[in-house]
Ligand binder design. Sequence first.
Ligand SMILES: [Zn+2]
Ligand SMILES: [Zn+2]
Length: 156
Amino acid sequence: MSYCHCGSTTSFEQCCQPLLNGKAFAPTAEALMRSRYSAFVTGAVDYLLQTSASESHEPDERALLENSCKNTRWLALHVLDTEHGSEIDGKGIVEFAAFFQTGDSPEQLHERSRFEKRDGRWLYVSGEFLAPLTFGRNDACWCRSGKKFKKCHGAR
Ligand SMILES: [Zn+2]
Ligand SMILES: [Zn+2]
């Protein structure tokens, strides 16, 4: 069995897929964040539009998302911190680092995202970009290969 795109230790079918299909709704801000990552991986643009606050959309949001999904290879997600965002909360914050590639070498998006529950559904509202995480040579590599950073993506 392979694990879900979002880095959880359950399968896609049991994790993010029911959310992307509209068969279930994300119970927490973190679950929504993870499912949106899986939506970027699988090109589920409708889901990305439905799960973000409309006031955060650019006029050409759909085209921007389609382009982003087409041109980005997502490599790994690490959820680093959450504040509130549980089933009983109305707001939440999730900090994550997402690793992706659009050109020759991997890049990292390190963000603290704000989520709000509106009409019972979690939505992504906005995010604040943070400095990329750095990895020590003996740290586990971010790609979850199980190798040390220096033997994997940190090898030179
Ligand atoms: Zn998942
Ligand atoms: Zn690696």
